[in-house]
Design a protein around this ligand. Structure first.
Ligand SMILES: [Zn+2]
Length: 161
């Protein structure tokens, strides 16, 4: 199962990179646990252009994801892999300034996960809060659902049923 991060699992506060700024959205941890318990791999796919824009480093992204893992572990939930794209065509850091096949709405992150993990594509879907998320899923040939707020665990449960 594929989850967008900012705006889906946590409140989108813009270029989030510190645990102190991180606020889980309602039912997010429980939604991941539901997918774990249903036998799905759980992946997070997130654009992190803040790296290209010079707002934070890749090490900050990794540290935040490690912190998320700890938080999830306390709830008996886990993410199998975090995928992020640090690139942006308008980046200020030359090494990150490019149009990347992995940046949503492009499907690269999802495709890379599908290549590495034995995923049941027919049974899987992506949940995100933007059209870019939906387009990335479509480009990778998996279903997607637009999450517009409310309890994420209830949202996921209804679609697993
Ligand atoms: Zn990239």
């Amino acid at each position: 199962m594929f989850f967008d991060r900012d705006g889906t699992l946590n409140r989108d506060v813009g270029y989030l990179h510190r645990p102190e700024e991180f606020q889980w959205l309602q039912g997010a941890k429980a939604a991941i646990r539901l997918c774990n318990e249903a036998g799905y791999f759980v992946f997070v796919v997130t654009n992190q252009a803040g790296v290209a824009r010079g707002y934070y480093q890749e090490s900050d992204v990794d540290a935040l994801h490690a912190w998320m893992r700890q938080e999830l572990a306390r709830e008996g939930a886990h993410v199998d892999a975090f995928e992020y794209c640090p690139h942006h065509i308008d980046g200020v850091r030359p090494e990150y300034r490019r149009a990347c096949r992995r940046r949503k709405p492009r499907p690269g992150m999802v495709l890379d996960l599908l290549a590495r993990w034995p995923v049941d594509k027919q049974a899987s879907f992506l949940i995100g809060n933007t059209q870019g998320d939906m387009d990335a899923a479509a480009g990778a040939g998996i279903r997607s659902y637009l999450y517009e707020g409310g309890d994420l665990a209830a949202f996921v449960a209804a679609r697993l049923a």
